[in-house]
Ligand binder design. Structure first.
Ligand SMILES: [Zn+2]
Ligand SMILES: [Zn+2]
Length: 314
């Protein structure tokens, strides 16, 4: 079928809106009419050539829409169901079997190498291959996904609000609820209050954290953070974040999450003593999307190895 899609053809270049071809769903695949999609930093990173996804590619991995058709083997959803599309995983490796799909041993091929398990792509134009992304490619009018990366949602919830649940929201909220396991009465600092940071902040509020500190240099974020549950906000350009956190908490926070990819608070960067001062319990980093060039990025490959092993920190 013909679809409209935003295609990334050249590294760093604007996406081009094109009419391209999408194969019919195979027996284990689901065709979704995309109603909305989020834009994740990873989409930008791929377009900049900082990840090994081949071009041309249709990006987008925070899609939400309505099931248009299903393959004969699909039982999870049916045409007309509202769904959110999330990241793909193999469903069979030890991590997937352990309900830890984000640590799937086929992380790269299933998400970023842009193809089905047999290497083919459902996207093309005039017979020329166009690669997919996260097995959905939701920057398009229609997308194909699997049962493993589709989640059925209620039909009375606006689909345009749900796409970011598939990546940004579950990354931030999952870090708080599943990784850090923050409990009621604890203190929490989040560095960066974009979609991941704000989702973490909301989750911390939901689980009952009583001191929730958002650190961000973006002047639009403090009001948003406070409206979603932050008890304190810090702009590290205006005040020393370390001193401010110590002033607020007395002895540092119980938990911290770095969503910036820059090492959190700039006053802490490269100073382990500072981290120990601030974070006397657990901390995690979410995302590795700094503006490193390709070579510098690959020097950080050990972080992905840790990721595959299910470890948050070295
Ligand atoms: Zn994402
Ligand atoms: Zn797996």
């Amino acid at each position: 079928m013909k679809i409209r899609a935003a295609v990334a053809r050249e590294k760093g270049a604007p996406l081009t809106l094109e009419t391209i071809d999408l194969e019919a769903p195979r027996p284990d695949e689901i065709l979704v009419m995309v109603k909305a999609t989020g834009v994740c930093h990873t989409d930008l990173v791929v377009r900049e050539g900082m990840l090994p996804t081949p071009l041309p590619v249709v990006l987008g991995h925070e899609g939400a829409g309505v099931v248009e058709a299903v393959g004969a083997a699909v039982t999870k959803v049916k045409p007309g169901d509202h769904v959110v599309m999330t990241f793909n995983s193999c469903g069979a490796c030890p991590s997937c079997q352990d309900h830890a799909a984000s640590y799937c041993h086929e992380f790269f091929p299933r998400k970023l190498f842009a193809a089905r398990a047999d290497g083919s792509s459902a996207l093309s134009t005039d017979g020329a291959r166009i690669n997919g992304n996260f097995f959905q490619s939701s920057f398009a009018t229609y997308a194909i996904c699997h049962e493993v990366n589709v989640v059925k949602v209620a039909t009375d919830v606006p689909l345009e609000l749900l796409g970011p649940l598939a990546c940004g929201v579950q990354t931030g909220a999952g870090a708080v609820i599943n990784a850090l396991k923050i409990s009621a009465g604890k203190s929490f600092a989040v560095f960066g209050s974009g979609s991941v940071g704000l989702s973490a902040l909301m989750a911390a509020h939901v689980v009952g954290a009583t001191t929730i500190i958002a650190v961000d240099t973006n002047p639009t974020r403090p009001d948003i953070a406070k409206s979603l549950g932050a008890t304190d906000v810090i702009d590290p350009r205006r005040a020393n974040a370390v001193e401010q956190i110590m002033r607020i908490t007395g002895s540092g926070v119980n938990f911290a999450l770095d969503t910036t990819g820059f090492g959190g608070d700039p006053q802490c960067r490269g100073e382990p003593w500072c981290s120990r001062r601030l974070w006397h319990s657990r901390r995690v980093r979410a995302g590795r999307g700094d503006r490193a060039q390709r070579d510098a990025f690959h020097e950080r490959r050990p972080s992905f190895d840790r990721h595959r092993r299910g470890r948050l920190q070295s």
